[in-house]
Ligand binder design. Structure first.
Ligand SMILES: Cc1cc2nc3c(=O)[nH]c(=O)nc-3n(C[C@H](O)[C@H](O)[C@H](O)COP(=O)(O)O)c2cc1C
Length: 274
């Protein structure tokens, strides 16, 4: 059966490396795929106002957000590609993700949908946290990360000129349809298979992907991670749904505490903003 594939392009460049990787992955999907794409920078996605209204009702912004979220929900699988900008991920991804408190009302339509992550980077070792950001976009929406890659590409077109880019497209296309669980190479978080960590002190380690903490040991040159679940998790489907409900409770709690908080901040009222 034909797969409905959504490509999310987090680059302003038309026919740039992200767009090309999305198209190359789609062309390589075993069977066949019908590709639709979203170029996030062309969409009117306004910044989240942090009003929390969307948890139970409608978002006050009337813009393109809902249409993009609907496209993600309707797709069978998703490819997300964004370039490294200043060793981070292009901001269009985070700007969209910032609006995603409203996605907690759509866990059933989002959770477990296969997705792959691509970060393009023009400089050798220049990707920084770019791929982390693309993976985080996928994970926070509850999609199932099936594969990921950094593609080295400087000029628009480099991604498909290089055999690395073409092979990556083949690998990620196969991963999208594979029934196998995502299994990153090397050391990964036993809780979530994330591969990004912060060392805390000399012995503790924190997983940036799921928030789990624990310790690590090195034996015969191999790192072993002992990481348990975080204090508050929204990684599994049931956690994600209950996190949405918890946030609604937090909004009610804020309303109960509002007067006390208002008094506390009074001495800080005003200030000069440019
Ligand atoms: C403003 C800006 C910042 C960039 N910062 C980085 C960087 O920190 N590291 C890097 O490797 N490449 C960096 N690049 C290069 C792009 O990541 C690279 O050219 C990529 O292939 C662009 O993908 P695209 O063609 O889909 O836009 C930067 C490019 C721009 C325009």
């Amino acid at each position: 059966m034909m797969m409905n594939l959504l490509g999310i392009v987090g680059s302003p460049r038309k026919m740039g490396n992200c767009e090309l990787m999305v198209k190359a992955i789609s062309a390589a999907v075993p069977g066949s795929a019908k590709l639709r794409m979203v170029r996030l920078v062309e969409k009117d996605i306004r910044p989240c106002k942090a009003c929390y209204r969307c948890l139970a009702g409608d978002c006050p912004h009337q813009d393109d957000y809902a249409g993009v979220l609907r496209a993600i929900m309707e797709a069978d699988a998703v490819v997300v590609a964004a370039p490294a900008y200043f060793r981070g991920t292009h901001s269009s991804l985070q700007r969209f993700l910032d609006r995603c408190l409203q996605a907690y009302r759509h866990v059933d339509a989002l959770y477990g949908k296969p997705a792959v992550a691509v970060a393009t980077a023009g400089v050798e070792d220049g990707e920084g946290s770019a791929l982390t950001g693309v993976e985080n976009f996928i994970r926070q929406l509850g999609l199932s990360l099936k594969g990921r890659a950094v593609v080295r590409a400087t000029f628009p077109g480099d991604a498909i000129l290089s055999s690395e880019g073409r092979n990556t497209a083949l690998r990620l296309a196969a991963a999208l349809v594979s029934p196998d669980e995502y299994a990153p190479e090397g050391v990964s978080c036993p809780e979530c298979k994330g591969t990004y960590f912060e060392f805390r002190g000399r012995t503790a380690v924190y997983c940036l992907s799921c928030g789990g903490t624990g310790s690590f040991s090195v034996k015969d040159g191999n790192v072993d991670l002992l990481i348990g679940p975080p204090a508050h998790s929204w990684r599994r489907k049931e956690d994600m749904a209950s996190h949405g409900k918890w946030l609604i409770g937090q909004r009610e709690e804020f309303l109960r505490q509002r007067n006390r908080l208002k008094d506390a901040v009074k001495p800080y009222l005003g200030g000069e903003f440019l």
